[in-house]
Design a protein around this ligand. Structure first.
Ligand code: 8IG
Length: 278
C-alpha cells in the first residue's frame, strides 16, 4: 500500500517537528556561515526596522528556501531570515517570516520558526507583535511588555503528554532589563485569539474580565514552544489600536498598519537598545 504524501513535511503526523527544525537550523548555519546563533527575534507588524538597527546583517535568506518554512501569507509580511552580528559579538537570527495560527496550517507550522531558532543555538527568544490594547491609556503606537498570557486558541504546540511549566514564561529578568532601557514601559497580559477576525466588543470585555490587557493573534503559542525548547523569552506588543469597543470607531486593517508604520522608528530603536543591553 502506498504511503500518503504530504505537501509539507510538518503536515505528516508521523514526522518529527524537532528533527525538521534541526534540518532547518543546519541549512541556516550553512547559508549564513554562522555555526551558532545566540539570540532570535521574531519581528511582527511595526517592528521590522529593528533588524537594521541592532547590528550588521551578514546574511539574508528567503525563508521559503529553508525546510519547513512556507510562503508568506500576506503581502507586506517579509519572508526573510537574517543573520545579524551584534556589537557585542553575539549573533542574532532575525525572523521576518511568521506563520499565523489563523492561516489554518496547524500549530506545528506556527512554531517551526521558534523551534528552528532554538536549534540554531539561540537561548533568548524575543517575540514581538502588533496588537490591540484594552487599557484606554495606551495610545496607538505604545510599546508594551508582555508579562503573561492567556491562550484562547484552545490549542497547544505540545503534543502528547508533554507537561511544560509556564510560570515566569515571559522572563521577569528580561522585562526588568527592558525597563532599564526605558523605565516607563508598561506591561500587560496578552490574550491570544484565533482570529483572523478582530474581537467583538463582548469578547474584549471577556478578555478584560479574565485579566487580559492586550489582544492579538500570534505570540502565546510561539512562547509555549520557546519555553519547551528551554529559551528565555521577552515578549513585546506594539499597541496599534485600542481593542474593539474600547475604541469607539470600527477597526480598520489599514489604520492598524498605518499606526504600526508611524511608530516603527521609535519602537525599533527601543528594541535595538534592549538587544544591545542583553
Ligand atoms: I495589529 O485588536 C492587531 N492585532 N486579536 N485584536 C487582535 N489582534 C490584533 C488586534 C486586535 N490589532
Amino acid at each position: 500500500m502506498s504511503q500518503p504524501t504530504f505537501s509539507h513535511p510538518l503536515d505528516d503526523p508521523a514526522s518529527d517537528p524537532f528533527a525538521i527544525a534541526a534540518t532547518a537550523a543546519a541549512e541556516i548555519a550553512e547559508r549564513t556561515g554562522v555555526e551558532k546563533h545566540d539570540i532570535a527575534l521574531t519581528l511582527g507588524s511595526g517592528w521590522a526596522k529593528a533588524a537594521d538597527l541592532i547590528g550588521e546583517t551578514t546574511a539574508t535568506i528567503t525563508a521559503q528556501d529553508i525546510t519547513g518554512f512556507g510562503a508568506p501569507a500576506l503581502a507586506g509580511h517579509v519572508g526573510t531570515l537574517r543573520s545579524v552580528l551584534l556589537p557585542s559579538g553575539k549573533r542574532a537570527l532575525v525572523i521576518g517570516a511568521r506563520t499565523h495560527y489563523y492561516e489554518g496550517h496547524g500549530v506545528r507550522r506556527v512554531v517551526h520558526s521558534v523551534r528552528t531558532a532554538a536549534a540554531t543555538g539561540a537561548t533568548t527568544m524575543i517575540l514581538t507583535n502588533g496588537a490591540g490594547g484594552i487599557r484606554e491609556t495606551w495610545k496607538p503606537g505604545t510599546p508594551v511588555l508582555i508579562s503573561d498570557h492567556i491562550n484562547l486558541t484552545a490549542d497547544s504546540p505540545l503534543e502528547g503528554a508533554t507537561f511544560v511549566d509556564l510560570t515566569d514564561l515571559y522572563s521577569a529578568r528580561l522585562r526588568d532589563l527592558a525597563r532599564s532601557v526605558q523605565s516607563d514601559l508598561d506591561e500587560g497580559v496578552y490574550c491570544q485569539f484565533r482570529g483572523p477576525h478582530y474581537e467583538t466588543p463582548a469578547e474584549v470585555q471577556m478578555a478584560k474580565t479574565i485579566g487580559g490587557h492586550i489582544v492579538g493573534m500570534s505570540t502565546a503559542l510561539e512562547a509555549i514552544a520557546a519555553r519547551q525548547a528551554g529559551m528565555e523569552i521577552l515578549g513585546m506588543s506594539l499597541i496599534t489600536n485600542l481593542a474593539a469597543g474600547i475604541q469607539k470607531t470600527p477597526l480598520s486593517h489599514e489604520e492598524v498598519i498605518q499606526a504600526g508604520k508611524d511608530a516603527e522608528s521609535t519602537i525599533s530603536s527601543l528594541l535595538a537598545r534592549i538587544v544591545a543591553s542583553l
